[in-house]
Design a binder for this molecule. Structure first.
Ligand code: ZN
Length: 81
């Protein structure tokens, strides 16, 4: 059986506009961001952690040409490991 070249893997997400297949970004609407801080003995604060909750839509964009690729978002989420 011949080996399959990486570029032909069927479920690789590729921007249909510019062909970018490496850089993508998500944009979330209506996000509730909670930041946790601990106060130090000298009165300063150290950032401990963040918790975010998204109540609105999450959009997916091409990181190269910024085309809206939200219709790929379900597949994108399934491929995050
Ligand atoms: Zn693109």
């Amino acid at each position: 059986m011949p080996s399959v070249p990486k570029s032909t893997i069927a479920n690789r997400l590729v921007c249909p506009i510019c062909g970018n297949d490496e850089d993508f970004f998500e944009l979330a609407n209506d996000v509730l961001l909670t930041s946790y801080y601990r106060q130090n003995s000298d009165g300063s604060f150290s950032h401990e952690s963040d918790a975010s909750q998204t109540n609105g839509d999450v959009l997916l964009f091409c990181g190269s040409c910024e085309e809206d690729l939200t219709y790929f978002h379900q597949r994108f989420k399934e491929m995050i490991f």
